[in-house]
Design a binder for this molecule. Sequence first.
Ligand code: ZN
Ligand code: ZN
Length: 371
Amino acid sequence: MVKKKVLRIIAIIFPIIGLIHGLISYSSTIFFTWLLIGLWIIFTMKIFENIKRHREFNSPHNTAFFVILPLFIGIFYSIWGSFTGLLGESLIGGVYFSLWSLIFAFPFIMYGLYSLYRCFKKYNVIYFGKKSVKARMLGYILSFSVLILIIAYWITFYNFTLLDLNLLLLFIAIVLILIVFGFTSTGSSIPTLTRDYIAERTRRINNLTTPSTQRQRVHTTRTTNTSPSTRTTTRTTRSRTQSSRTTPTSHRQTARTRTTNTTRTTRVKPTSKVRDLNKYKPRASYLTVDDFKCIFCFNLPKLPGDRGRGIVVCPNCRYPAHADEFKDWMRTSNLCSRCSAVIPSGFRRNPRIVSVKNYLIIYRHFLKKKR
Ligand SMILES: [Zn+2]
Ligand SMILES: [Zn+2]
């Protein structure tokens, strides 16, 4: 892996530079400074890597790693600024703020403050590995320990160093955060489950888990949809705006094109959550009942036998599986058991589950269409 290699090179090169530079200038601080620069790069890369991973899984940054580490890295590098042999000259008179503070400490201080703010406003819990701590509680503990740390530092080194601007900013910001969010506001409460809220969430989740393979498959050749088929089902409600909105999307140049057009604008039921039936249509040129059987147990989803189980369709081949069997399978494989396509990690973690009731509507719709 390239990343590991880069980390190893950094871990070797910076001590060497430090050693050489330190020997030339007879200074151990310079050696340590180079060492710290190397460590800083490794930290920064680690943080970006973690952010990327969290984004992939769409999970919030409420782990100890994101909340605690940046804050203390920021403080440590701020303090080291006063002792560094490199870039350590203060740029402003009266207070200490050097290039070193700006580059190595300031971004982490800012990120740490942002995390602290989120402890009070956004998160409910912070995770330490698998254990969780109340976010507000951790916010208080962190805030006060940082305040105490800064005061202790100021008292100890009062005579030796200038007032560090980074730490001063941090101190003021933490006091403000404590006053504004810590003591006055009640923090984020869990939103009430109104009908609108649920609809909004469902829409967002549906957007998140829309398999990317489908989007890539959209053809650029536009066949104009001037004569929509009249063979729509009785339940079809087609509005002009809806059909014009859906025109540019996927037209396959097969005999299925026409049914595609009509089903795009078909709604199953006003109350149903399933809006785009084609997302659940197995990729087969000729659909039979067999195409709607679970790819694991080969049973057709049915009620009341499958009550409460749910159906997941593969984002690639769109063949159905019982949600529980799909999740079991995903524990040992990341490939679809039918088409062997890689299931995107987001989908694996949070597959879109259709209720059996809705799936019955879906497959009956497709089988009826065929006749
Ligand atoms: Zn099954
Ligand atoms: Zn598949």
